[in-house]
Design a protein. Structure first.
Length: 186
C-alpha cells in the first residue's frame, strides 16, 4: 500500500504545515515506530503496536489534598504497551495543581491537567513520587521520612506549597508509585 502524503497526514492529525508533519514523523522514526524511505510516500510502520488500556479513576491534587479520593471512572487511556514496564495493577489520575511542576518522570513534567500513571504493586521508597490519600483527599507528592513522621514534599516553582507532615499515619494511605506521566493532548 502507498503511504499518505504529508498534507494528508497533516489533515488527519490536525497539523497545518508540512514542516510540522515532517518533524513529528522524524520523532516517530527516532523512537523506532516507523521507517522512512528515500522516496515520497514511503513510510513503513515497523511493528504492530499494541496498547494497554488504563482506567482513569479520578483527580489528584498537586497541591492540598482536596479532591475526594473516590473511584470515579473517567474513561481510559490507551497507552503503547512498549513504554510500560509493568502492565499489572495500573491506573491513572488527572493532575490538578502545580505543587509538583518541577518533577520530571520519563522526560515528562508533572503539570496541571497531565495524567499520572500509578502502579499499585510497585515498591515505593523514600524520595519516590507517590499518590497519597490523606483523610479521603488525594495528593501527589515526594515521600520522605523525617523524625518518625511521614512528610509529603512538594517540588514546585510556586513557593506557596509547603510540606505536609503526618505524625500519626492513621489517616494516610499510599495508593501507589507514580511510574509515568502523560501530557494531555488538546
Amino acid at each position: 500500500s502507498v503511504s499518505p502524503t504529508l498534507e494528508e497526514i497533516g489533515e488527519i492529525v490536525g497539523i497545518d504545515s508540512r514542516a510540522g508533519v515532517h518533524h513529528h514523523l522524524g520523532i516517530l522514526e527516532e523512537k523506532g515506530y516507523i521507517s522512512r524511505g528515500s522516496k515520497n510516500r514511503d513510510i513503513t510502520i515497523k511493528d504492530e503496536i499494541s496498547f494497554t488500556s488504563i482506567p482513569v479513576l479520578g483527580v489528584a491534587n498537586a497541591g492540598e489534598p482536596l479532591a475526594i479520593a473516590e473511584e470515579d471512572n473517567m474513561g481510559c487511556l490507551e497507552i503503547d504497551s512498549r513504554i510500560l514496564k509493568n502492565k499489572g495493577n495500573l491506573f491513572a489520575v488527572k493532575i490538578k495543581g502545580d505543587s509538583m511542576n518541577q518533577v520530571v518522570i520519563n522526560k515528562t513534567t508533572l503539570v496541571d491537567d497531565s495524567y499520572a500513571i500509578v502502579d499499585k504493586d510497585e515498591d515505593y521508597n523514600e524520595g519516590d513520587i507517590v499518590l497519597a490519600i490523606i483523610n479521603n483527599g488525594a495528593t501527589i507528592k515526594r515521600l520522605r521520612y523525617i523524625d518518625n513522621a511521614v512528610v509529603l514534599v512538594p517540588d514546585s516553582s510556586n513557593p506557596k506549597h509547603q510540606p505536609i507532615y503526618i505524625k500519626d499515619s492513621e489517616g494516610l494511605f499510599i495508593n501507589g508509585k507514580i511510574v509515568l506521566v502523560l501530557q494531555s493532548v488538546q
